[in-house]
Design a binder for this molecule. Structure first.
Ligand code: GDP
Length: 462
């Protein structure tokens, strides 16, 4: 059974022109509201079978004016996204027609949905848990197929299941502790109980650690591998960038900044999302020595997950090149020897003494050769660490990561408490806190403000 809520409506497709636009309604009155504006002979949506779609017109009941020709999907609770009655009106895509249909349903008993309210209802009605609701948001924002896969997996409840198992183990232990305290059968019950707690704490901590290890990879999948392409002028940086950006590989996202809009460029290399950082700045400044001195560039370098350092092998190494090598020694770095189509002038032996020879890739962007191995190299670097296994459960959400760290800290308190001989009932409190913190990930223990804040980040109509 769904909880009692009013009926909400919103445009669920992106703003702008499209082949169709969808106005979605959810709530007890969804069918009744739709019937007031829908006309197809004598047909009443309230009477049609669930999960069917119907042709007809949207009519303004005030003046009988036809607003749009539509297809209307009717889905009755409980088998819907929100677990409420849902009606989706598929309109012709123009902004005006979709908006007119929305206005009309609002005048006829529906209320305009807040951002994320559909998903919030799915959560409140028990259809999905909080980490799944967040996955819906990630799915909308996913920038590559891998990020999308990650979100889909979370939507499947992969992470939730893992967290639930941990919580139930903790709960079992806490119950056992209670029993031991209430019915001490043995004299050494205190020792036994302490042992139980500390063993469980270590065990849960190990699982949390394992999850946290996937965090940086998960974060990169979500947000992209921050990548800086650097090198002296004319070595081929822009050519490389353009090559990576060409065709459908490029995804350009506009992110509303506080003072101005920043355009971030994403490229998708073998499913690894690269977020190109401050490339404009690095591309445009001519004087590298000065550029490296510039705080902003240093910042960009220190924040880069990956540096693509480009050299022109048709020229000898210069001091500027050496300086760039030095400046990026602490970065994950791929060294690109470009312009392989031209005669060799660069001393490879010297370069190999300065950088890891394995990190060198030879390319000619002009003739498009060697790019394959560059892409292999990027993918290998990314998947070198922990996983790349498709089945790993990733944590990528900042909120989840913070909660896992807090839960880990609570477990440390348990362990330290027991080891320093604290009474069991005090240690129990930390164990319970760990249980609570994990519950915040799935939304099993969560406060109202958090919910409001989380769901408000969604886009309208979701
Ligand atoms: P940037 O200043 O590092 O961004 O370098 P550009 O990408 O603007 O390239 C400088 C010049 O080198 C351009 O004329 C490119 O066409 C040329 N170029 C880039 N890659 C290659 C290459 O692999 N071989 C040759 N022969 N020329 C290249």
């Amino acid at each position: 059974m769904s909880l009692e809520f009013d009926t909400i409506a919103a445009v669920s497709t992106p703003p702008g022109e499209g082949a169709i636009g969808i106005v979605r309604l959810s709530g007890d009155e969804a069918l009744a509201v739709a019937d007031k504006v829908y006309q197809a002979g004598k047909k009443q949506l309230a009477e049609v079978p669930s999960h069917t779609i119907h042709y007809g017109h949207i009519i303004d009941p005030k003046n009988n004016g036809v607003i749009d020709e539509v297809m209307v999907s009717v889905m009755r609770e409980p088998k819907t996204f929100t677990r409420e009655n849902v009606v989706e009106i598929n309109c012709h895509g123009g902004i005006t027609s979709v908006n007119q249909v929305l206005q009309l349903v609002l005048q006829n008993g529906a209320r305009l949905a807040e951002p994320g309210e559909f998903t919030k209802r799915a959560f409140l009605n028990g259809r999905i848990d909080l980490s799944q609701a967040e996955a819906v948001m990630d799915l909308i924002r996913a920038k590559t197929d891998k990020a999308m896969y990650l979100a889909l997996q979370q939507l499947d409840g992969n992470l939730s299941q893992l967290i639930r198992n941990l919580r139930s183990e903790i709960l079992d232990t806490l119950a056992q502790v209670e029993v031991n305290i209430d019915y001490p059968e043995y004299d050494d019950v205190e020792t036994l109980t302490s042992k139980l707690l500390v063993e469980k704490a270590y065990q849960v901590k190990a699982s949390i650690n394992q999850l946290l290890q996937t965090a940086s990879e998960g974060k990169i999948l979500r947000e992209g591998l921050a990548t800086a392409i650097i090198g002296r002028p004319n070595v081929g940086k822009s050519s490389l960038l353009n090559f990576l950006l060409q065709e459908d590989k490029a995804i350009v996202t506009e992110i509303a900044g506080t003072t101005r809009d920043i355009i971030e460029e994403y490229v998708n290399v073998r499913g690894v999302p690269l977020k190109l950082v401050d490339t404009a700045g690095i591309r445009e400044t001519e004087d590298i020595v000065e550029r490296i001195g510039v705080e902003r560039s240093r910042q960009a370098l220190s924040e880069a997950d990956l540096v693509l350092l480009v050299f022109n092998q048709n020229e000898p190494l210069t001091n500027e090149d050496r300086l760039l090598i030095e400046a990026t020694n602490d970065n994950h770095r791929i060294v690109i020897l470009n312009k392989m189509d031209l005669p060799n002038q660069l001393d490879l032996a010297e370069l190999e003494s300065l950088v890891d020879p394995e990190s060198i890739v030879k390319t000619s962007i002009l003739t498009k050769s060697g790019i394959e191995s560059l892409e292999n190299n990027i993918a290998a670097l990314f998947f070198a660490g922990a996983t790349g296994e498709r089945d790993a459960t990733y944590v990528s959400n900042v909120r989840h990561i913070a909660l896992l760290h807090d839960a880990e800290a609570a477990l440390d308190e348990v362990i330290n408490g027991i080891e320093s001989g604290m009474p069991v009932d005090l240690v129990q409190i930390d164990m319970t806190r760990c249980w609570d913190l994990l519950g915040e990930i799935t939304g099993d223990s969560v406060q109202d403000e958090l919910l409001t804040q989380l769901f408000s980040q969604f886009c309208l109509g979701k």
